[in-house]
Design a binder for this molecule. Structure first.
Ligand code: 8YV
Length: 314
């Protein structure tokens, strides 16, 4: 059991979560200046739980530096930044915040899809730049009734698919194996899925297993009339191939909430009017972030009182 040990806050978190942590537990904030290394050295022997964002995780070196660490609590659904097998081997349990963010991430994915196909952000720029009086805005692409492929049919992928059905969109998906209990068409590979769709929405988990899954070949299969939406992880898309495909017109456009090296966005993407750029905000609503903070806190509380996590990762 966690008992009364110290809680390590690895990265900046939602202010209300930070407040609750410091009120309820002996909390050490690793990321704060002046000297994180000295702070770590001072408290390393006492830390039993670490709370971290999906983006930061707990890296190998930090895991090694914390001999009594038994729980890693992620604020976020993704946890590819922590080596879970390694943690387990050391007797450390890992949790994330599933479900509570599904709706908002799916909403954003659909919004981004409509934005890039109907060119909402581009049209907004057009009006602001004063071009409306000069010429009508160029025609965009219809969304309703199109074919959309979901890459990764987990909770978020399913929520996106359900929403798209409301637009009369024909949904297909690709995941490691066909998902039982769904009627959407299963495609055997990302490339096959891209080839049969007008747009590809990426909702698959990040990490080594999906790195570069959206390759140059997949983008070519999507084709010059095809759109890419990514709300998963930048690592899933070969970003160099994407830049090449967008700038050469080998795909029609992309809406991206995630990037290979955030917050760095390749210049070629920000220069392109065919790309919608978002600063990793799919879960960033007040309601969802509070729910994520609450679930992260409940995981920690359960661990500190009973020695088990509430929503351990699969
Ligand atoms: C957040 C996310 O951006 O849940 C995830 O995996 O990527 C997002 O919800 C992140 O967790 C906030 O730090």
């Amino acid at each position: 059991p966690g008992g009364t040990g110290t809680v390590l806050q690895v990265s900046p978190l939602l202010p209300s979560l930070e407040k609750a942590l410091s009120e309820r537990y002996r909390t050490v904030r690793l990321h704060e200046p002046p000297d994180p290394d000295a702070r770590l050295a001072q408290h390393a022997q006492d830390v039993v739980a670490a709370v971290t964002s999906a983006r930061s995780g707990v890296d190998d070196a930090l895991m090694d530096a914390l001999p009594r660490l038994r729980a890693i609590v992620h604020f976020g659904v993704g946890y590819e930044t922590t080596d879970v097998a390694r943690a387990r081997a050391r007797g450390i349990d890992v949790s994330n915040t599933p479900d509570v963010l599904t709706d908002c991430v799916a909403d954003l994915a659909v919004g981004a899809l409509i934005d890039v196909m109907r060119r909402l952000s581009a049209a907004d720029r057009y009006v602001r730049a004063g071009h409306w009086a000069d010429a009508p805005f160029p025609l965009a692409t219809r969304v309703s009734g199109k074919r959309v492929g979901i890459l990764g049919l987990g909770r978020i992928g399913r929520a996106v698919a359900r929403r798209l059905e409301g637009f009369g969109i024909r949904v297909a998906y690709c995941s490691r194996r066909p998902v039982r209990g769904v009627t959407w068409r299963h495609a055997p590979t990302a490339e096959a899925l891209a080839a049969e769709c007008d747009a590809l929405v990426v909702t698959v988990a990040g990490g080594a297993g999906t790195r570069g899954l959206v390759s140059a070949a997949v983008l070519d299969a999507l084709g010059p009339e095809g759109y890419l939406v990514n709300v998963a992880r930048g690592s899933v898309v070969d970003e160099e191939a994407l830049v090449a495909a967008v700038t050469s017109g080998r795909i029609a456009g992309a809406a991206l909430d995630v990037f290979a090296d955030e917050p760095h966005v390749p210049r070629a993407l920000s220069d392109s009017d065919r790309v919608v750029l978002l600063p990793h905000i799919a879960s960033a609503t007040r309601e969802t972030r509070e729910a994520m903070g609450d679930l992260a806190l409940r995981n920690l509380e359960r661990f500190m009182t009973e020695g088990v996590l509430l929503t351990p990762v699969p």
